[in-house]
Design a protein around this ligand. Structure first.
Ligand code: SAM
Length: 261
Protein backbone atom coordinates (compact mmCIF):
# COMPACT_ATOMS: atom_id res chain seq x y z
CA UNK A 1 0.00 0.00 0.00
CA UNK A 2 1.52 3.29 -1.03
CA UNK A 3 -1.09 5.98 -0.85
CA UNK A 4 -1.03 9.28 -2.67
CA UNK A 5 1.52 11.61 -1.14
CA UNK A 6 -0.15 13.83 1.45
CA UNK A 7 1.61 17.20 1.70
CA UNK A 8 2.36 17.99 5.33
CA UNK A 9 2.05 14.41 6.56
CA UNK A 10 5.72 14.27 7.48
CA UNK A 11 5.35 17.37 9.68
CA UNK A 12 2.21 15.94 11.33
CA UNK A 13 4.05 12.65 12.01
CA UNK A 14 6.96 14.57 13.52
CA UNK A 15 4.49 16.33 15.83
CA UNK A 16 2.61 13.21 16.94
CA UNK A 17 2.95 11.80 20.45
CA UNK A 18 1.98 8.37 19.12
CA UNK A 19 5.18 8.17 17.07
CA UNK A 20 8.64 7.28 18.32
CA UNK A 21 10.88 9.87 16.73
CA UNK A 22 14.39 8.72 17.58
CA UNK A 23 14.36 4.97 17.25
CA UNK A 24 18.12 4.55 17.58
CA UNK A 25 17.99 6.28 21.00
CA UNK A 26 15.19 3.87 21.93
CA UNK A 27 17.24 0.82 20.94
CA UNK A 28 17.57 -1.45 23.98
CA UNK A 29 15.16 0.78 25.95
CA UNK A 30 11.78 0.17 24.35
CA UNK A 31 10.26 -1.00 27.62
CA UNK A 32 10.80 2.43 29.19
CA UNK A 33 8.31 3.87 26.74
CA UNK A 34 5.34 1.90 28.02
CA UNK A 35 3.36 1.92 31.28
CA UNK A 36 4.69 -1.51 32.25
CA UNK A 37 7.58 -3.67 31.06
CA UNK A 38 5.88 -6.42 29.07
CA UNK A 39 6.90 -8.52 26.05
CA UNK A 40 7.33 -6.34 22.97
CA UNK A 41 5.57 -7.28 19.72
CA UNK A 42 6.05 -5.54 16.38
CA UNK A 43 3.93 -5.43 13.25
CA UNK A 44 6.05 -4.73 10.18
CA UNK A 45 4.16 -3.04 7.36
CA UNK A 46 1.36 -1.97 9.70
CA UNK A 47 -0.56 0.03 7.12
CA UNK A 48 -3.43 1.99 8.68
CA UNK A 49 -2.91 0.36 12.06
CA UNK A 50 -6.22 -1.25 12.96
CA UNK A 51 -4.73 -4.72 13.63
CA UNK A 52 -2.02 -3.24 15.85
CA UNK A 53 -4.45 -1.18 17.93
CA UNK A 54 -6.97 -4.04 18.22
CA UNK A 55 -4.16 -6.39 19.32
CA UNK A 56 -3.01 -3.82 21.87
CA UNK A 57 -6.54 -3.62 23.27
CA UNK A 58 -6.92 -7.42 23.30
CA UNK A 59 -3.52 -8.03 24.96
CA UNK A 60 -2.97 -5.39 27.65
CA UNK A 61 -0.13 -7.53 29.04
CA UNK A 62 1.96 -6.93 25.89
CA UNK A 63 3.49 -3.84 24.32
CA UNK A 64 3.20 -3.15 20.59
CA UNK A 65 5.11 -1.17 18.04
CA UNK A 66 3.66 -0.62 14.58
CA UNK A 67 6.30 -0.16 11.87
CA UNK A 68 5.40 1.52 8.60
CA UNK A 69 7.73 3.04 6.03
CA UNK A 70 5.43 5.50 4.24
CA UNK A 71 4.31 8.80 5.79
CA UNK A 72 1.18 8.83 3.63
CA UNK A 73 0.09 5.57 5.32
CA UNK A 74 1.34 6.27 8.83
CA UNK A 75 -0.62 9.51 9.03
CA UNK A 76 -3.80 7.44 8.69
CA UNK A 77 -2.78 5.22 11.60
CA UNK A 78 -2.15 8.34 13.69
CA UNK A 79 -5.59 9.65 12.77
CA UNK A 80 -7.11 6.38 14.05
CA UNK A 81 -5.05 6.49 17.24
CA UNK A 82 -6.28 10.05 17.86
CA UNK A 83 -9.86 8.77 17.46
CA UNK A 84 -9.22 6.05 20.02
CA UNK A 85 -7.78 8.60 22.43
CA UNK A 86 -10.23 11.47 21.92
CA UNK A 87 -13.32 9.98 20.28
CA UNK A 88 -15.45 12.52 18.44
CA UNK A 89 -13.13 15.35 19.48
CA UNK A 90 -10.17 13.87 17.64
CA UNK A 91 -8.54 16.17 15.09
CA UNK A 92 -8.90 15.30 11.42
CA UNK A 93 -5.85 14.68 9.26
CA UNK A 94 -6.16 18.17 7.81
CA UNK A 95 -6.27 19.67 11.31
CA UNK A 96 -3.19 17.68 12.36
CA UNK A 97 -1.29 18.93 9.33
CA UNK A 98 -2.48 22.50 9.83
CA UNK A 99 -1.41 22.59 13.47
CA UNK A 100 1.95 20.88 12.82
CA UNK A 101 2.69 23.54 10.22
CA UNK A 102 1.48 26.36 12.47
CA UNK A 103 3.65 25.04 15.30
CA UNK A 104 6.69 24.97 13.02
CA UNK A 105 6.01 28.62 12.26
CA UNK A 106 5.94 29.39 15.98
CA UNK A 107 2.28 29.36 16.93
CA UNK A 108 -0.79 27.19 17.22
CA UNK A 109 -1.21 23.64 18.46
CA UNK A 110 -3.26 20.59 17.67
CA UNK A 111 -5.78 21.72 20.25
CA UNK A 112 -6.10 25.18 18.68
CA UNK A 113 -6.60 23.60 15.29
CA UNK A 114 -9.37 21.28 16.42
CA UNK A 115 -11.01 23.74 18.79
CA UNK A 116 -12.73 25.65 15.96
CA UNK A 117 -14.74 22.66 14.86
CA UNK A 118 -14.77 20.58 18.03
CA UNK A 119 -14.85 22.64 21.22
CA UNK A 120 -14.91 20.56 24.36
CA UNK A 121 -12.67 19.01 26.97
CA UNK A 122 -8.97 19.71 27.27
CA UNK A 123 -7.76 17.49 24.44
CA UNK A 124 -4.11 17.62 25.29
CA UNK A 125 -4.81 16.41 28.84
CA UNK A 126 -7.07 13.65 27.51
CA UNK A 127 -4.45 12.55 24.99
CA UNK A 128 -1.71 12.56 27.64
CA UNK A 129 -3.84 10.47 29.95
CA UNK A 130 -4.55 7.99 27.11
CA UNK A 131 -0.84 7.82 26.29
CA UNK A 132 0.12 7.18 29.91
CA UNK A 133 -1.75 3.88 29.84
CA UNK A 134 -1.26 3.14 26.14
CA UNK A 135 0.60 -0.05 25.18
CA UNK A 136 1.24 0.82 21.52
CA UNK A 137 3.34 3.27 19.56
CA UNK A 138 4.20 3.77 15.89
CA UNK A 139 7.53 3.98 14.14
CA UNK A 140 8.30 5.22 10.63
CA UNK A 141 11.03 2.90 9.49
CA UNK A 142 12.02 0.78 6.53
CA UNK A 143 12.24 -2.72 8.00
CA UNK A 144 15.61 -3.13 6.28
CA UNK A 145 16.84 -0.86 9.11
CA UNK A 146 15.30 -2.98 11.87
CA UNK A 147 18.62 -3.64 13.60
CA UNK A 148 19.28 0.09 13.93
CA UNK A 149 16.15 0.44 16.07
CA UNK A 150 16.01 -2.76 18.15
CA UNK A 151 18.69 -4.45 20.25
CA UNK A 152 19.38 -8.16 19.78
CA UNK A 153 16.61 -10.20 21.45
CA UNK A 154 14.44 -7.16 22.22
CA UNK A 155 11.29 -8.34 20.40
CA UNK A 156 9.13 -11.28 21.49
CA UNK A 157 7.15 -11.64 18.27
CA UNK A 158 6.73 -10.13 14.81
CA UNK A 159 3.51 -9.88 12.80
CA UNK A 160 3.60 -9.63 9.01
CA UNK A 161 0.20 -9.03 7.51
CA UNK A 162 -0.53 -8.93 3.79
CA UNK A 163 3.02 -7.92 2.99
CA UNK A 164 3.70 -6.60 -0.52
CA UNK A 165 4.22 -9.63 -2.84
CA UNK A 166 7.01 -8.23 -5.06
CA UNK A 167 6.13 -10.77 -7.81
CA UNK A 168 9.31 -10.40 -9.91
CA UNK A 169 12.07 -12.90 -9.03
CA UNK A 170 14.70 -10.19 -9.01
CA UNK A 171 12.74 -8.43 -6.23
CA UNK A 172 12.44 -11.54 -4.02
CA UNK A 173 14.86 -10.05 -1.47
CA UNK A 174 12.34 -7.24 -0.86
CA UNK A 175 9.63 -9.64 0.32
CA UNK A 176 9.26 -9.35 4.07
CA UNK A 177 9.45 -13.15 4.42
CA UNK A 178 12.63 -13.51 2.33
CA UNK A 179 15.74 -15.08 3.88
CA UNK A 180 17.31 -11.60 3.99
CA UNK A 181 14.50 -10.35 6.25
CA UNK A 182 14.41 -13.59 8.27
CA UNK A 183 18.07 -12.94 9.19
CA UNK A 184 17.14 -9.48 10.50
CA UNK A 185 14.23 -10.93 12.49
CA UNK A 186 16.51 -13.61 13.92
CA UNK A 187 18.73 -10.88 15.37
CA UNK A 188 16.05 -8.73 17.00
CA UNK A 189 13.84 -11.58 18.21
CA UNK A 190 14.36 -13.11 21.63
CA UNK A 191 15.22 -16.84 21.87
CA UNK A 192 12.09 -18.81 20.84
CA UNK A 193 10.75 -15.60 19.24
CA UNK A 194 8.16 -16.09 16.50
CA UNK A 195 6.83 -14.54 13.32
CA UNK A 196 3.16 -14.77 12.36
CA UNK A 197 2.39 -14.15 8.71
CA UNK A 198 -0.99 -13.76 6.97
CA UNK A 199 -1.64 -13.27 3.27
CA UNK A 200 -4.15 -14.11 0.56
CA UNK A 201 -1.33 -14.43 -1.99
CA UNK A 202 -0.69 -18.17 -2.51
CA UNK A 203 2.57 -17.65 -4.42
CA UNK A 204 3.95 -15.43 -1.68
CA UNK A 205 2.77 -17.92 0.94
CA UNK A 206 4.49 -20.87 -0.77
CA UNK A 207 7.65 -18.80 -1.19
CA UNK A 208 7.51 -17.95 2.54
CA UNK A 209 7.09 -21.60 3.57
CA UNK A 210 10.19 -22.48 1.54
CA UNK A 211 12.27 -19.58 2.85
CA UNK A 212 11.34 -20.41 6.44
CA UNK A 213 12.36 -24.05 6.09
CA UNK A 214 15.58 -23.21 4.27
CA UNK A 215 16.54 -20.61 6.86
CA UNK A 216 16.24 -23.26 9.58
CA UNK A 217 13.16 -21.79 11.27
CA UNK A 218 10.68 -24.18 12.86
CA UNK A 219 7.27 -24.10 11.25
CA UNK A 220 4.90 -24.34 14.23
CA UNK A 221 1.60 -24.17 12.33
CA UNK A 222 0.18 -23.17 8.97
CA UNK A 223 -3.07 -23.16 7.05
CA UNK A 224 -4.23 -22.27 3.54
CA UNK A 225 -7.68 -21.33 4.83
CA UNK A 226 -7.43 -19.48 8.12
CA UNK A 227 -11.08 -18.53 8.45
CA UNK A 228 -12.10 -22.21 8.28
CA UNK A 229 -9.32 -23.45 10.54
CA UNK A 230 -10.93 -23.74 13.97
CA UNK A 231 -7.62 -23.79 15.82
CA UNK A 232 -5.68 -21.01 14.10
CA UNK A 233 -8.73 -18.82 13.62
CA UNK A 234 -9.54 -18.73 17.34
CA UNK A 235 -9.01 -15.16 18.52
CA UNK A 236 -8.00 -14.06 15.01
CA UNK A 237 -7.88 -10.28 14.72
CA UNK A 238 -8.51 -9.09 11.17
CA UNK A 239 -6.41 -6.53 9.38
CA UNK A 240 -7.81 -3.98 6.94
CA UNK A 241 -6.52 -6.01 3.97
CA UNK A 242 -7.77 -9.27 5.44
CA UNK A 243 -11.27 -7.88 5.71
CA UNK A 244 -11.16 -6.53 2.17
CA UNK A 245 -9.78 -9.68 0.52
CA UNK A 246 -11.81 -12.20 2.51
CA UNK A 247 -15.00 -10.29 1.70
CA UNK A 248 -14.15 -10.88 -1.98
CA UNK A 249 -13.99 -14.62 -1.26
CA UNK A 250 -10.19 -14.93 -1.16
CA UNK A 251 -8.83 -17.56 1.21
CA UNK A 252 -6.43 -16.31 3.85
CA UNK A 253 -3.21 -18.23 4.53
CA UNK A 254 -1.38 -18.04 7.83
CA UNK A 255 1.84 -19.46 9.23
CA UNK A 256 3.58 -19.27 12.59
CA UNK A 257 7.32 -19.98 12.74
CA UNK A 258 9.93 -19.94 15.47
CA UNK A 259 13.46 -18.69 14.95
CA UNK A 260 16.30 -21.22 14.98
CA UNK A 261 17.97 -22.05 18.36
N1 SAM B 1 -0.69 -4.86 7.31
C1 SAM B 1 -1.73 -4.03 6.73
C2 SAM B 1 -2.97 -4.84 6.48
O1 SAM B 1 -2.87 -6.08 6.49
O2 SAM B 1 -4.04 -4.25 6.31
C3 SAM B 1 -1.23 -3.32 5.46
C4 SAM B 1 -0.81 -4.21 4.33
S1 SAM B 1 -0.09 -3.30 2.97
C5 SAM B 1 -0.34 -4.31 1.60
C6 SAM B 1 1.64 -3.50 3.25
C7 SAM B 1 2.25 -2.36 4.06
O3 SAM B 1 3.61 -2.68 4.34
C8 SAM B 1 2.25 -1.03 3.34
O4 SAM B 1 1.66 -0.05 4.14
C9 SAM B 1 3.73 -0.75 3.08
O5 SAM B 1 4.02 0.61 3.07
C10 SAM B 1 4.38 -1.49 4.22
N2 SAM B 1 5.77 -1.91 3.96
C11 SAM B 1 6.22 -2.55 2.86
N3 SAM B 1 7.54 -2.77 2.95
C12 SAM B 1 7.94 -2.25 4.14
C13 SAM B 1 9.19 -2.15 4.79
N4 SAM B 1 10.32 -2.61 4.21
N5 SAM B 1 9.25 -1.56 5.99
C14 SAM B 1 8.12 -1.06 6.57
N6 SAM B 1 6.90 -1.11 5.99
C15 SAM B 1 6.81 -1.70 4.79
Amino acid sequence: MRLRNIPGSKEAIDASDFVVHDSSAQKGHWQELFPSPSPLYAEIGMGKGRFLMDMAAAYPDRNFIGIEMYSSVLIRAIEKAEKRALGENAPTRAQMIHSARAELQGGGSLEDASADSAPGPDLSEKRESFLRSCNFRFLRLDARELESAFAPGEIAGIYLNFSDPWPKDRHAHRRLTSRQFLKRYETVLQPEGTIEFKTDNIDLFRFSLTEIREAGWELLAYTFDLHHDPELNTGNIMTEYEEKFSSRGNKICKLIARKPD
